[in-house]
Design a protein around this ligand. Structure first.
Ligand code: TYD
Length: 212
């Protein structure tokens, strides 16, 4: 039996990495065989691609190159980590996946949206997530959290506020159109947000008869 594939998405500073880690610990504690991974990255090749993508020195990186590099990292991630784990019946949690490319490259960079969708369709094939948690946080709040928490900002985080607003709009549009995406407000206490996420995940596990 194929395992369940969960992705966590959201604008920068939405706290999804913290919540992904908590979800991983929670499910593991319940006896699930869980893999926690991330994009861009998740593999040795992917982490090298991540360094290119996030390095602020790479200001000359073109938008088409960017979409292809994220897709390349994803292809490697699927082949090396996600597909084998799902085939072994494991639960996979990925901190970001294909929706980030639609939101950041498709909407944020205003690239030809059908092209971004098509590139990713070729990469993802039938391995779309079973459930996607979208952490919803106003752009300004997320960026302020990053400014307070981090010493420096990566290449994407340094983009203009208008870029981040477009990304946010992209995520909202995706959530409106896709039943798979469940929106959780990220403007609250960490515990409250986590409780909401657990509710969504347990509903999904029940639906696919994977509750333990
Ligand atoms: P992330 O790992 O969430 O950053 P951090 O660890 O600093 O919180 O993601 C890195 C950046 O890459 C983030 O700004 C979103 C962006 N991104 C895309 O633009 N497209 C994609 O397909 C993915 C997966 C991420």
């Amino acid at each position: 039996m194929r395992g369940i594939f969960i992705t966590m998405e959201g604008p920068d500073g939405s706290g999804k990495s913290t919540q992904a880690k908590r979800l991983f610990e929670y499910l593991r504690g319940k006896g699930y065989n869980v893999v926690l991974t991330r994009e861009p990255g998740g593999t040795s090749v992917g982490e090298q691609i991540r360094n290119i993508l996030l390095n602020p020195d790479n200001s000359e990186l073109g938008f088409k190159t960017e979409v292809l590099l994220y897709a390349a990292s994803r292809a490697q991630h699927l082949e090396e980590v996600i597909i084998p784990a799902l085939k072994e019946g494991k639960t996979v949690i990925s901190d970001r996946f294909v929706d980030s490319s639609i939101a950041y490259q498709g909407y944020g960079r205003s690239l030809n949206l059908p092209l971004v969708v098509e590139i990713n369709r070729l990469v993802v094939e039938n391995y779309m997530p079973d459930l996607t948690i979208l952490l919803d946080l106003p752009v300004e709040v997320g960026l302020e959290r990053i400014r307070k928490k981090q010493k420096s900002m990566d290449r994407l985080e340094q983009e203009a506020i208008s870029f981040h607003e477009q990304v946010y709009h992209g995520f909202k549009k995706l959530a409106f159109n896709e039943k798979r995406i469940k929106t959780v407000s990220a403007d609250g206490s960490e515990d409250m947000i986590f409780a909401h996420i657990v509710k969504m995940v347990e509903e999904k596990l029940k639906e696919v008869n994977l509750i333990v």
